[in-house]
Design a protein around this ligand. Structure first.
Ligand SMILES: [Zn+2]
Length: 157
């Protein structure tokens, strides 16, 4: 899966994917992140659903279908599987993954409590243009990276 995304997206330096709890819950519903908060707007019209599940994704053809579903976007929901994000840096891919996980949690929490109000299209696009770029993601990730590298100095040795 990772190899096929890299083959299809030469602009991508990193692919982030793991089976996080809230991302899997969204994947179980086969849903995308709705534009219901400032942060979730970063994914507005910049994510897709891979609307299939055929078992553990290990063969190249499945990877090619997943890469095709991602297209030029930054994030993908793999139905019944979990979230996947990409970035022009490891930092950006990791930040989008964390942001997608948190946005999934907010969406599921808000819906459990009531009916979330959607941000209108024009405002969602404007917010995505302001917050949805990989430089912003890189900047947002730096405090986390500083914490990680301080608390685990032997991480990369
Ligand atoms: Zn997986």
């Amino acid at each position: 899966m990772h190899a096929q995304v890299h083959a299809a997206r030469p602009d991508v330096v990193a692919v982030a994917h793991c089976h996080s709890v809230h991302g899997r819950a969204l994947a179980a519903l086969g849903e995308l992140i709705d534009p219901i908060t400032q942060e979730s707007c970063a994914f507005y019209e910049d994510m897709a659903l891979y609307d299939a599940y055929t078992g553990v994704a290990v063969d190249a053809e499945e990877g090619r279908r997943i890469a095709a579903a991602l297209g030029s976007r930054k994030a993908l929901v793999l139905r019944n599987h979990g979230p996947l994000t990409v970035g022009e840096s490891v930092d950006a891919a990791a930040w989008w993954f964390l942001s997608m996980e948190r946005s999934s949690q907010v969406q599921l929490t808000a819906r459990a409590a009531g009916r979330p109000v959607l941000i209108e299209h024009k405002a969602a696009v404007a917010t995505r243009e302001q917050l949805g770029g990989d430089l912003v993601a890189w900047i947002n990730y730096q405090p986390l990276w500083q914490d990680i590298s301080r608390s685990e100095p032997d991480l990369l040795s």
